[in-house]
Design a protein around this ligand. Structure first.
Ligand code: APR
Ligand code: PHB
Length: 397
């Protein structure tokens, strides 16, 4: 049995776990990060790509923003398309100059992994059978297996940044946890292709055939999504059919500007809203997807993970540097206040932009009315814009 000691044991080397480790490391706080997959596996995942301004600032604060600053694409707005007609949401104008940054989560995870390696503190990858013990006591322990050897980490606190399917939330007694969930009756079919984007900004399209999103990873790599049945099979969607459907749903202007090419990645993902309360149990803290899931419509998943990590890193730093535990004690309440606002916004945008049922339904009429109102009202557009760029952080600056 390998016995190790650290201040914060972090489970999960996705963006939440690695960003938390980085922020704590530069504050002089010891961490050990355990990841069940290989680094290559983690970095091969295709995930979101829109960063709120607050997330960008946190990445810069963590000292890992250099490549993002060089390669990221600042966006001042995006388009909403309704049955082929496009309307621009001018984020900068509507929010007094705020914008978002298009930069793939994969790239951020690589930057964080590189920083950890350069600091001589890489995550422990391929860590199997991670388990949490005595999190409700004063001396929590995390156990795992690696290369057929058992290991045990004694620590002060445990941060479960291990995603929706992780061990962290499941280590909290059901009696101590309340969960809230909504599963949407459709999924997103996503493709990645090394072709220039069809527009310089994102296009969220509501169409009678279903939702579509035109996004990007760079000026030469596009990311597109199509609403599809929840149990859709990839074999039903050869590339040619995907491109044709995107052209219909995104409208004639996008269709004429669209460059098509082979999909280098293709996947179907379900959509759900999920929140677990509280986000703390004793000395165990949940952050990121471990605590909440949002439908990707509002581009909030990664940004909420960063928001939790911002609060948790500040709480641990206050504890070790000034003996204060107020931020630790308020962590769950502080995070959940912002989580629920982002969950609401993601739910609202999903309800607004997706097809629910067939034909001329009540929902379809209400969606059309809301989009028409949105396009004609500065107040309504401003509400959308300020949620999209990210609401102010709660708690300490
Ligand atoms: N032991 C160790 N590691 C684990 C375990 C476990 N039992 N279970 C899960 N993990 C790892 C996963 O392999 C993954 O690398 O935890 C990591 C969790 O990363 P994410 O799922 O990316 O979650 P998070 O870091 O909170 O980032 C949220 O990622 O999935 C997207 O849409 C989501 O953009 C959002 C972001
Ligand atoms: C993406 O580029 O993957 C993306 C962008 C915006 C979203 C969802 C996904 O709302």
């Amino acid at each position: 049995m390998i016995r190790e000691r650290t201040q914060i044991a972090i489970i999960g080397a996705g963006p939440a776990g690695l960003l938390l480790a980085q922020l704590l490391r530069i504050a002089g706080i010891e961490t050990i990060v355990l990841e069940r997959q290989s680094r290559g596996y983690v970095e091969a995942r295709i995930r979101a790509g829109v960063l709120e301004q607050g997330t960008v600032e946190l990445i810069d604060e963590a000292g890992v923003g250099a490549r993002m600053g060089r390669e990221g694409l600042p966006h001042d707005g995006f388009d909403l398309a309704y049955d082929g007609v496009r309307h621009r949401i001018d984020l900068a104008h509507l929010t007094g100059g705020k914008r978002v940054m298009v930069y793939g989560q994969t790239e951020l995870t690589k930057d964080l992994g590189d920083a950890a390696a350069e600091a001589g503190a890489p995550a422990i990858y391929d860590a199997a059978d991670v388990s949490i013990h005595d999190a409700d006591g004063d001396a929590p322990v995390v156990r795992y297996r690696r290369k057929d050897e058992d290991a045990e980490i004694s620590c002060d606190f445990i941060a479960a940044c291990d995603g929706f399917h992780g061990i962290g939330r499941r280590s909290i007694p059901e009696s101590a946890l309340k969960t809230f969930e909504r599963i949407y009756p459709f999924g997103w079919l996503g493709i990645l292709a090394d072709v220039p984007p069809c527009s310089h900004e994102l296009i969220y399209a509501r169409h009678e055939r279903g939702f579509a999103l035109a996004s990007m990873r760079s000026l030469t790599r596009s990311r597109y999504y199509l609403q599809c049945p929840i149990d859709e099979r990839l074999e039903n969607w050869p590339d040619a059919r995907i491109w044709e459907e995107l052209k219909v749903r995104l409208g004639p202007e996008a269709a004429s500007a669209m460059t098509i090419g082979p999909a280098i990645e293709k996947s179907v993902a379900p959509l759900r809203s999920f929140v677990a309360e509280p986000m703390r149990w004793g000395r165990l803290f949940l952050a990121g997807d471990a605590a909440h899931i949002v439908p990707p419509t509002g581009a909030k998943g990664l940004n909420l993970a960063a928001s939790d990590v911002r609060a948790l890193s500040r709480a641990f730093i206050a504890f070790y540097k000034s003996g204060q535990s107020a931020l630790i004690d308020n962590y769950s309440q502080t995070c959940l206040a912002r989580v629920w606002k982002a969950v609401r916004f993601s739910w609202w945008m999903t309800q607004l932009m997706h097809k629910f049922g067939e034909g001329e339904t009540f929902d379809a009429r209400v969606q059309g009315a809301e989009l028409s109102y949105l396009f004609g009202s500065r107040a309504a557009s401003q509400a959308l814009a300020e949620n999209y760029v990210g609401l102010p952080f709660d708690g300490p600056t």
